[in-house]
Design a protein around this ligand. Structure first.
Ligand SMILES: Nc1nc2c(ncn2[C@@H]2O[C@H](COP(=O)(O)OP(=O)(O)OP(=O)(O)O)[C@@H](O)[C@H]2O)c(=O)[nH]1
Ligand SMILES: [Mg+2]
Length: 209
């Protein structure tokens, strides 16, 4: 609402932040292709497939599984007190953990590197600060402290433990990041580390051949 006069102006042109903050549901699978140059100005062609996360979109994922090098999975850890739009009886974060378990245990994805973004940490911080208690929604959190450091560590360990227990391949490249992807500067750094993981896994598979 602070931006209403700017956004309703006759010559309004959206900023990058406006675009990032827009809520635009992904329908089906959307392909993005671009070239990233390294320090030696060598270009590498990247293809990113953005898949819709809503339940009625998930059937569209499987055909892509066999050809991908890496999966970036975003789990909205601020959503512990929210329910799915498509099924109000299901907690959003419980659903995300269940999906995470299915993904890491999927045999078609055994050779794929996985990067987990525990996302929306800015919203998580604000929510915890405003007094919303995690243990009201996830009783298993018990009497642990309700501050950001403890809560984010809890989720970090919880998602990590699910990977450890259910992964289809224990020695895959796997990394967890706490993210707020609308923060472009921090996300750019994290994407570099995602790139390193993919390159590492590629090199490893070449040595194996
Ligand atoms: N504050 C904040 N907002 C975020 C963050 N990540 C995403 N959002 C916002 O969350 C909303 C949902 O983003 P979408 O890209 O539509 O979500 P999605 O997960 O792709 O949803 P589907 O396309 O339905 O799978 C948008 O308004 C984003 O700006 C974050 O880290 N922090
Ligand atoms: Mg989307």
């Amino acid at each position: 609402m602070d931006e209403i006069s700017r956004i309703t102006a006759l010559r309004y042109f959206p900023t990058d932040q406006d675009v990032l903050k827009a809520r635009l549901k992904t329908m089906g699978v959307v392909e993005h292709s671009f070239i990233i140059y390294d320090a030696q100005r060598r270009g590498v062609n990247w293809k990113i497939y953005d898949v819709g996360g809503a339940r009625n979109q998930r059937h569209a994922w499987a055909p892509y599984f066999e050809d991908v090098n890496a999966v970036i999975f975003l789990a909205p850890i601020s959503a512990f007190d929210q329910v799915l739009a498509e099924d109000p009886t299901v907690n959003r974060l419980d659903d995300s953990m269940q999906l995470w378990k299915n993904l890491v245990s999927n045999k078609l994805l055994a050779n794929v590197s996985i990067v987990l973004f525990l996302n929306k940490i800015d919203l998580l911080q604000a929510k915890l600060k405003s007094g919303v208690r995690l243990n009201q929604y996830m009783p298993q959190y018990g009497s642990r402290s309700n501050d950001y450091a403890s809560v984010s560590e809890y989720f970090y360990n919880k998602f990590g433990a699910i990977h450890q227990e259910y992964t289809a391949r224990a020695d895959r490249e796997f990394k967890i990041h706490l993210t707020s992807v609308t923060d472009t500067q921090r996300t750019a750094k994290i994407i570099q580390s995602v790139r390193d993981i993919i390159i590492k896994a590629n090199l490893r598979s070449l040595h194996l051949m």
